[in-house]
Design a protein around this ligand. Sequence first.
Ligand SMILES: [Zn+2]
Length: 80
Amino acid sequence: MPLYDFQCLDCGERFEALVLKTAASCPSCQSARLEQLLSGFSVSSESTRDSNLSAAKRKHAKVHRDYSMDMHNAEKNHHH
Ligand SMILES: [Zn+2]
């Protein structure tokens, strides 16, 4: 029985489903608007991953900036 990866186009949930005669639906929001992901890679899932990645990078950049400020403050304290 073939298992396929799907991604929900409504909520972004990714899941595996058996492909039968009836269409699969999202386990999270029951949407039938699903994108079937090719095993290995998919162009459209790449773009989704890129947007997730850039969001994560932005979040990480903010944390890193805050951390750098803490480091500068720590250095000032060391020098007085
Ligand atoms: Zn969904």
